[in-house]
Write a new protein. Structure first.
Length: 369
């Protein structure tokens, strides 16, 4: 039995049967009621990938960057019930005062990409990189990473990035050091570095499990070291999907998230964060045709919001992000009813010694966004 199984059991045990028996209307009314009673003392941020049944209660919707920015300024909220995944709740904790409490309605809402880099692997890999390249590397981490990784990056002068500011942050990073270590999403790192004119031959991949590099060239030519991690949702889009759609309809516009693999991003017309995808389609002409390569809850919402445009998923058999989907109406209501009764459940707290450095990496990003 692994950790996820244990969390499964723990969460089912902690969610009383009642929450499976209430009607949707009853649950929705209760959430509204609790929100109204708490007023400004309770704030609910919601990531774009959340289910409709949850996002309808969000006081702010956004991509990772916007939600981090909003939480950093939410001074009046005593409680932040984060409808998103674990690394986002950790980020919110680090950007708020110690007396503000962050709640993740279901602790199983992790991120498989963030789990692909742990601190021991990172320190071990870094040591090897220092032996090869010396003090020429600046680490950058996608916010989809644990607080410990953000702390490591902060300690070594680096910063966090999101899909909304990654280009700007990579440009900044190259003003600091000759080389960049990009954690943990190889695809976002590769797509962005290529966009900035770095050749594929100048990018090495570091595989943490084998503690080795996937690289054929000479060490001195490496400009970007990509951590071998990925998003299991966005990796489901492939070049065949793009080619099939283009064949069916040469006029279709293809827009994808930069967590998609290099070939898919290259073959698409546009790539950017969830906010970028939403805004691009909102501003597109009536009657235009689109295929979107990102998480299904968001794609379905965009389709519903734009009946005047023809929109499909780039992969017709796409699944939603399972961990984002862990946050559902029963768990949201359960955590809020506990709060109402004076009990804070599923609080996310990052230890002081980690926050100290991790916050540096977040602040370096926020200053430049
Ligand atoms: P953004 O909303 O920041 O584009 O991030 C997408 C994502 O995968 C979050 O986990
Ligand atoms: Fe993590 Fe991918 Fe889900 Fe985003 S979509 S939370 S990166 S697994």
């Amino acid at each position: 039995m692994d950790v996820l199984d244990l969390l499964d059991i723990e969460s089912e045990v902690s969610l009383p049967k009642r929450y499976r028996e209430l009607s949707i209307e009853e649950m929705e009314n209760r959430v509204q009621e609790i929100k109204a009673n708490f007023g400004d003392r309770l704030f609910i941020p919601g990531h774009h990938y959340q289910k409709d049944e949850v996002i309808q209660f969000a006081d702010a919707r956004g991509d990772s960057l916007k939600l981090a920015q909003v939480c950093a300024t939410m001074n009046q909220a005593e409680y932040i019930a984060f409808c998103g995944v674990h690394f986002m709740a950790e980020t919110a904790d680090m950007l708020t005062r110690p007396d503000q409490k962050i709640i993740l309605p279901d602790l199983r809402a992790g991120c498989s990409m963030a789990d692909m880099a742990n601190i021991d692997q990172t320190e071990r890999g870094w040591e090897k990189m220092q032996k090869i390249w010396g003090d020429t590397i600046l680490p950058l981490t996608y916010v989809n990473s644990t607080a410990a990784i953000k702390g490591f990056v902060g300690k070594h002068g680096g910063a966090c990035v999101t899909s909304g500011n990654v280009k700007k942050m990579l440009e900044w990073a190259f003003t600091q050091k000759e080389r960049i270590l990009f954690l943990p999403d190889q695809h976002l790192g590769r797509n962005t570095a290529y966009d900035l004119g770095i050749k594929l031959e100048e990018m090495a991949v570091y595989a943490p499990h084998t503690h080795s590099f996937e690289y054929d060239g000479e060490w001195k030519d490496v400009k970007v070291i990509l951590w071998k991690g990925h998003c299991s949702v966005h990796e489901k889009f492939n070049i065949q999907h793009v080619e099939n759609l283009r064949k069916q309809d040469p006029e279709i516009n293809i827009i994808v998230h930069p967590e998609c693999i290099f070939d898919v991003v290259q073959a698409s017309d546009y790539a950017g964060s969830t906010n970028y995808i939403i805004e691009t389609i909102k501003n597109a002409p009536e009657g235009s045709k689109w295929a979107i390569g990102t998480e299904m809850n968001l794609v379905n919402r965009i389709i519903d919001d734009h009946p005047d445009k023809k929109i499909v998923s780039l992969n017709p058999f796409m699944c939603p992000c399972l961990t984002m989907n862990r946050i559902d109406l029963p768990h949201l209501l359960w955590s809020l009813e506990k709060l109402e009764s004076g009990e804070v459940v599923n609080q996310i707290t990052v230890p002081e010694e980690v926050t100290k450095y991790a916050v540096l990496s977040l602040e370096r990003m926020l200053e430049r966004s």
